[in-house]
Ligand binder design. Sequence first.
Ligand SMILES: C[S@@+](CC[C@H](N)C(=O)[O-])C[C@H]1O[C@@H](n2cnc3c(N)ncnc32)[C@H](O)[C@@H]1O
Length: 222
Amino acid sequence: MGEALSSSELRRVYNNAAHRYDLQHALLTFRSDERGRRMVVELGVRENDRVLDAGGGTGLTGRLAARKAGPDGHVTVFDLSEGMLEQARARAEQAGLAARMDFTVGDMLALPYPDASFDAVLSTYSLCPLYDPAQGALELYRVLKPGRLLSAAHSSVPPVRPVRMLADCIEGAVSKLHWLSLGCRPVDVLPALIAAGAELISCKRIGVPLWPFLVFVVRKPG
Ligand SMILES: C[S@@+](CC[C@H](N)C(=O)[O-])C[C@H]1O[C@@H](n2cnc3c(N)ncnc32)[C@H](O)[C@@H]1O
C-alpha cells in the first residue's frame, strides 16, 4: 500500500482539485467509477432512508442516493474538504435535491454522530486516501443501525501478478504527484469489518484490470 497523506494535506489536495475532480477521477478510472457509485446506491439505499455518504466529495453518490431515498429520505454528504462540499451543494441546488441533503465538514475517522444513527452508510472511493482505512470502515459501521447495510466501493490490488506489478510501478510514480493521485491507493477493509461481526452480503470486482474496484455490501446484525 502506498504512503498515506495527512488529513491537512488531503484537505489541501481536494480543495485544489474540487473544480476538476469529477472529470479527473472519471478519466483516471477510465470512467468505471460511476458504475461503482450506481452499484453502491442501488444495493445499499432504500426509500425513506436516512443516509450517510462519507467522504462524499462533490456529491456524485449523494445525489444518486437522494433520488433513491425519495422526498422523505435524507442524505448527509460528509467530507473533509470545504471545496468539494461547495461543489456538492451547488450541484444539489441545480438538481433540485438540496432540500433532501445536508453538507457537513469533518473527519470520517471520528464521525460526530452517535452509534446507530443512519439507515444506510455509503462510501465511494473515500476509504482509499485514509491513513487508516480499516479504522475508517469501522467508524462507518459504528454509525450504522443494526439490521441495515454499509455499501462501499474502493480501489483494490489487481489479482493477476503481472498486472499488479505494472500497477505498482505506475502507482509508485504517480503517488508523488498528489494533485494527480489525490492521495488514493488500493485498500482492504473487509477483514476488519468481518472481524467486527459484519455479515458479507455481496462483493464484486469491477473496473479495468489495472485499477480494479471492489464493491461490497455488509449488514450489521440485529
Ligand atoms: C476519491 S474522493 C471520492 C469522492 C466521492 N465519494 C466520489 O465518489 O467520487 C475522496 C474523498 O474523500 C474525502 N476525504 C479524504 N479523507 C477524509 C476524511 N478523513 N474524512 C472525510 N472525508 C475525507 C476527500 O476530501 C474526497 O472528497
